[in-house]
Design a protein around this ligand. Structure first.
Ligand code: ATP
Ligand code: MG
Length: 381
């Protein structure tokens, strides 16, 4: 009766799998079924999509509607499929030509009013789409710069579903009111959900460090400690700093990223992808090209250190310091479980988190700096 398909991306850690979103309309009692291993937030997309379509001025098909996400075996989480589901439905209802939709990858959450909102992990999702040979992606307008970091992909940033329908149907594109300037986007703030790990335990991340202007030249004296920091940077060695309070341990550790080499293009994309999945990319400056610095407090939970959490798994401190510095101040205060959990990433350069929905792998190749101000840890003084 009516069929259309388009694409989106399911994220597993920082790796993406292109998912085909198919919509099928059959005569029958109006119903909307979503199949293909969706999680709770994705199942809720049925209601968001229906409201967004209606509020965008399009007609909701009053027939038996089935939306399938394939491959069905890959677990799918989050709200980033909304845009693709809405367009597949509109394609099946012939509001949009289904042929136009087939080769486009769409990523974005829909508000009930039809506005397109950003989701975590746009960069790795677009990297996966490009890797699978797709050349056109549609993303929320505020994430277009992030998506454009991927070479060989043409990116369309849209503000609302209404705009996207107009572009795809070759109609004049309506203007959308911009978000009020100066006011923090509640949605971007919402990406950093307190209590879910990554964003809470850090008092610094790659982006913050980039602007901090820390310079090793600020350190007065301390020649041997400075040499140690330089040797660690040059050789990629881990570092243990011991000394009385106020001796400058934290100061030295904070300045280590500044003397590490800048990240190469590939490394920048890797680091940026991790921060993108964590929802920590600074808006307006999507590429992280200097080594990140991450200093979790010693009360950090295992999850905030190694990663995890519900829905799309978040990277932990070990991954947020990938290709940069992980600073564990007052190291003995960390729980022994947390310190033990660092062994795997230290040995293998990545962290593997097993969850009921599958295994998630994040890169975690960092330079570790430990600091301790108490009595000599090794000589028992
Ligand atoms: N060698 C130094 N050169 C310049 N400033 C220094 C030096 N050592 C310490 N300071 C100053 O003292 C402050 C405290 O140093 P810092 O926090 O790095 O010490 P710490 O060894 O980490 O102490 P704690 O064990 O209490 O954490 C720094 O912010 C800095 O202003
Ligand atoms: Mg300190």
């Amino acid at each position: 009766m009516g069929f259309a398909r388009t694409c989106s991306v399911a994220l597993v850690g920082v790796e993406g799998v292109v998912v085909e979103v198919q919509a099928d309309l059959e005569p029958g009692v109006a119903a909307f079924t979503l199949v293909g291993l969706p999680d709770k937030s994705l199942t809720e997309s049925r209601d968001r999509v229906r409201a967004a379509v209606v509020n965008s001025g399009a007609e909701w098909p009053q027939r038996k509607l089935t939306v399938g996400l394939s491959p069905a075996s890959v677990p799918k989480a989050g709200s980033g499929f909304d845009l693709a589901v809405a367009c597949a439905v509109l394609g099946a209802a012939e509001r949009i030509d289904p042929r136009v939709l087939a080769d486009i990858v769409m990523i974005g959450e829909l508000g009930l009013d039809g506005r397109v909102r950003p989701v975590r992990g746009i960069l790795p999702a677009v990297l996966a789409a490009a890797g699978a040979g797709y050349e056109q992606v549609v993303v929320p307008e505020c994430a277009a710069a992030e998506a454009s970091l991927v070479p060989g992909v043409s990116v369309l940033g849209v503000r609302s579903l209404r705009q996207l329908i107009a572009v795809l149907a070759d109609e004049p594109v309506p203007d959308e009111e911009p978000d009020e300037p100066g006011r923090p986007d509640p949605l971007l703030a919402g990406l950093r959900v307190p209590g879910t790990g990554a964003a809470t335990a850090m008092h610094s991340n790659g982006a913050a460090q980039q602007d901090s202007g820390h310079d090793l030249a600020d350190v007065v004296g301390q020649h041997s400690a400075r040499t140690a920091v330089e040797v660690a940077a040059a050789g990629g060695h881990h570092l243990f700093l011991e000394g009385p309070p106020g001796a400058g341990k934290t100061m030295l550790a904070e300045r280590l990223p500044a003397i590490l080499p800048r990240l190469a293009r590939e490394e920048s994309l890797e680091v940026t992808a991790v921060h993108s999945v964590a929802g920590l990319l600074p808006p307006g400056k999507p590429l992280i090209d200097t080594p990140p610095y991450c200093a979790p407090h010693h009360s950090a939970t295992m999850q905030s250190l190694v990663g995890g959490g519900p829905g799309v798994a978040r990277p932990g401190a070990v991954s947020l310091s990938h290709r940069g510095v992980l600073f564990l101040d007052e190291t003995p205060e960390f729980s022994s479980h947390a310190l033990d959990a660092l062994r795997q990433p230290l040995e293998s350069g990545h962290v593997v988190i097993a969850r009921s929905a599958g295994v998630v792998r994040f890169p975690a190749q960092f330079l570790m700096v430990l600091a301790y101000a108490g009595p000599d840890m090794f000589n028992g003084r």
